[in-house]
Ligand binder design. Structure first.
Ligand SMILES: [Zn+2]
Ligand SMILES: [Zn+2]
Ligand SMILES: [Zn+2]
Ligand SMILES: [Zn+2]
Length: 223
């Protein structure tokens, strides 16, 4: 798999590479138009953070999010589970400046709960990590890119941009993989899957997420 992927701006639907899309989000005409509309309606606006998220080990999977300053880590946890991660309700935790904010905090280890105001913690430039599932862990890397004006929305977290599904080749031929075998960790096209010898219960669909092929993850509806 290539290290970077192209992705789509969710405001104007145009496609850019990962570096270009960061700049594009500041200048996207469609987004500007929506912000101007919001400003007219709502003089105070609402503070928000523009946050990039990527697979810690597989940066080809990435998201840019507009997160309301009224959101908590719990909201972000839910968002990430919905779009990328949830398989069987595993535990999760954010780690920022050595402090862990856990879905099930262990006070003995000084962990905190996730219902904490992001404004108290986030600043432009801060990087942090997120782990979903402490067994078969999917680790994400997050970074606060900027503070920006928020477009009026009922959602506390808005998807601004997302990578297009990376092409993954079949481990046995030149076709694109459609499934992944959890037992032997091979990628399989529709043809090679027919003759694959592992138990078919070990097969998972290839989905656009850094959790592809892990535990029982079969993707979200938004894929
Ligand atoms: Zn755009
Ligand atoms: Zn699971
Ligand atoms: Zn094949
Ligand atoms: Zn196999």
């Amino acid at each position: 798999m290539r290290k970077t992927t192209e992705g789509k701006c969710y405001y104007c639907k145009k496609v850019f590479n990962k570096t270009a899309i960061k700049k594009h989000l500041d200048s996207c005409d469609e987004r500007k138009r929506l912000i101007e509309k919001t400003e007219k309606k709502n003089a105070n606006g609402e503070r928000c953070f523009c946050v990039s998220v990527e697979g810690f080990y597989i940066p080809a999977y990435w998201l840019y999010l507009d997160i309301s300053s009224l959101a908590t880590f719990r909201d972000l946890d839910e968002f990430l589970r919905d779009i990328w991660l949830e398989c069987c309700g595993h535990l999760s935790a954010f780690e920022i400046k050595g402090i862990r904010y856990s879905s099930s905090p262990d006070r003995l280890y000084g962990e905190k709960h996730m219902s904490v105001d992001l404004t108290k913690i986030l600043n432009v430039g801060i990087q942090f990590t997120y782990d979903y599932d402490f067994g078969t862990t999917t680790r994400l890397k997050l970074k606060v890119i900027s503070e920006c004006q928020r477009i009026k929305s009922d959602k506390k977290i808005e998807l601004m941009a997302r990578n297009l599904p990376p092409e993954i080749k079949c481990s046995y031929c030149e076709e694109n993989a459609k499934q992944v075998c959890v037992e032997c960790e091979s990628w399989l096209c529709n043809k090679c899957v027919e003759t694959h010898e592992c138990d078919e219960n070990m097969l998972l669909p290839v989905v656009n997420s850094p959790r592809v092929g892990q535990c029982g993850y079969t993707g979200s509806e938004e894929d």
